[in-house]
Write a protein that binds this ligand. Structure first.
Ligand code: FEO
Length: 398
């Protein structure tokens, strides 16, 4: 059975406690997730979004406990990605003529994903759909997360169905923002933002400001993942406005990989040097091969600068650092500084490759790449400490 939200709105989604990775293996979801779907019973009955394909049968079976499927007058697809549209093929087999309201781009994607000629009705910003006491207003939100994304506002309920925007990969039975651990909630919202939406900062920032500017009465913001925002709407909106403007804290993150501990010892000496320059700066060290890649990206997101180190291996860099640099490239960070370092044997060159990838990823290089032949001794560790201090001075100023 679904969970009642208001007299007219029922949550009919799927809480996925087991999910450990999302987008294939691209995104870790330590706390699971949910695929939120909402049933609005007014004079007309409308379903907003569905769930991911593996749960399609379960979703439709549970939906039938709430409603005769033939009583559904319309389906709103805010976003066509599989985690929200995945149950449509099973559902539409039962109610094939039901109109689907979505953006033109979403129709194209749904056709591409499922190859079905469903009863599509394209909507754009400002279009409305009266379903009784409520009128839905649709607002396109391209690149929040895909080009097709839109959000839907129900005026009588005063609920914004915001899809991925304001979402979190956070499984909870209790549904609401004030019923969960607050640190976990905002950490998961931040991880979601850093890993999924940071690349689209300008579009997210414009859209959130546009929605704020509409001055909609809001009792709830109901995203498609995680909790429904009720008592902390202002805080999550404020967070989004901060996160979408080249966010940074007073932090430098050192990401390294190591084969025989030389690059690790460089990283630790560099960290000491950074704190010599400014004891107030938060210095975070992460091993790319051991720490969670998406948690590392959150630390990159929070940082004013990063340092990335790898030993040279086979004239290149380690698998973990190479993969992580590709992910950092995809974040499209702005206004952050960086430097590369690493240990070498007879050849070297890994540090130059890292620097090149950092430049391609949009980082301003704040120090020449540091390279250590074989292993550092105590004197070399002092040198790397000075190197860290000079990097901090270049990043943080005198
Ligand atoms: Fe939750 Fe972009 O899908």
């Amino acid at each position: 059975m679904g969970k009642r939200i208001t007299d007219k709105v029922t949550w009919v989604g799927k809480i996925d406690w087991e999910l450990k990775t999302f987008h294939g293996d691209e995104l870790s979801t330590h706390k699971g997730t949910s695929y939120n779907s909402y049933l609005i019973r007014d004079e007309k009955t409308v379903l907003i979004d569905t769930v991911w394909n593996p749960y399609d049968q379960e979703f439709v079976a549970h939906l039938k406990e709430d409603i005769d499927l033939h009583a559904i007058d319309a389906i709103v697809v805010n976003h066509s990605e599989s985690d929200h549209s995945g149950a449509l093929p099973v559902l539409m087999r039962e109610i094939p003529d039901t109109p689907i309201y979505c953006t033109k781009k979403a129709e194209g994607i749904l056709r591409g994903l499922y190859h079905k000629d469903w009863n599509f009705h394209n909507v754009k910003t400002g279009d409305t759909l009266c379903i009784g006491e409520n009128t839905f207003t649709f607002v396109e939100a391209p690149m929040c997360h895909w080009p097709d994304t839109m959000v839907t506002y129900a005026d009588k309920e005063e609920i914004l169905f915001s899809n991925d925007v304001f979402g979190q990969h956070y499984a909870t039975e209790s549904l609401y923002d004030d019923t969960v651990n607050q640190k976990d909630l905002f950490d998961e919202a931040e991880k979601y933002y850093a890993n999924i939406l940071n690349i689209y900062n300008p579009m997210v920032n414009r859209k959130v400001k546009e929605i704020v500017g509409m001055n909609l009465p809001l009792k709830m913001v109901a995203p498609s993942h995680g909790v429904i925002w009720t008592n902390h709407i202002g805080e999550i909106v404020e967070k989004y406005l901060q996160w979408s403007t080249n966010y940074q804290e007073h932090q430098i993150t050192i990401i390294y990989d190591t084969m025989w501990q030389s690059t690790r010892r460089m990283a630790q000496a560099i960290a000491d040097g950074i704190r010599d320059f400014d004891p107030t700066v938060r210095v975070v060290l992460m091993n790319a091969a051991k720490d969670d890649k998406n948690d590392i990206l959150v630390e990159v997101f929070r940082s004013k600068a990063i340092m990335v180190g790898s030993p040279t291996v086979n004239m290149g860099i380690t698998y973990a650092i190479a993969g992580l640099l590709e992910m950092i490239h995809g974040m499209k960070c702005k206004n952050k500084k960086a430097a590369a370092f690493g240990s070498i044997g007879w050849g070297g060159g890994g540090e130059k490759r890292i620097q090149q990838r950092l430049e391609e990823a949009g980082f301003e290089i704040a120090a020449e790449p540091g390279k250590q032949l074989w292993a550092p001794d105590t004197e070399a560790e002092r040198k790397w400490r000075e190197y860290g201090k000079a990097f901090a001075a270049a990043v943080l100023g005198a």
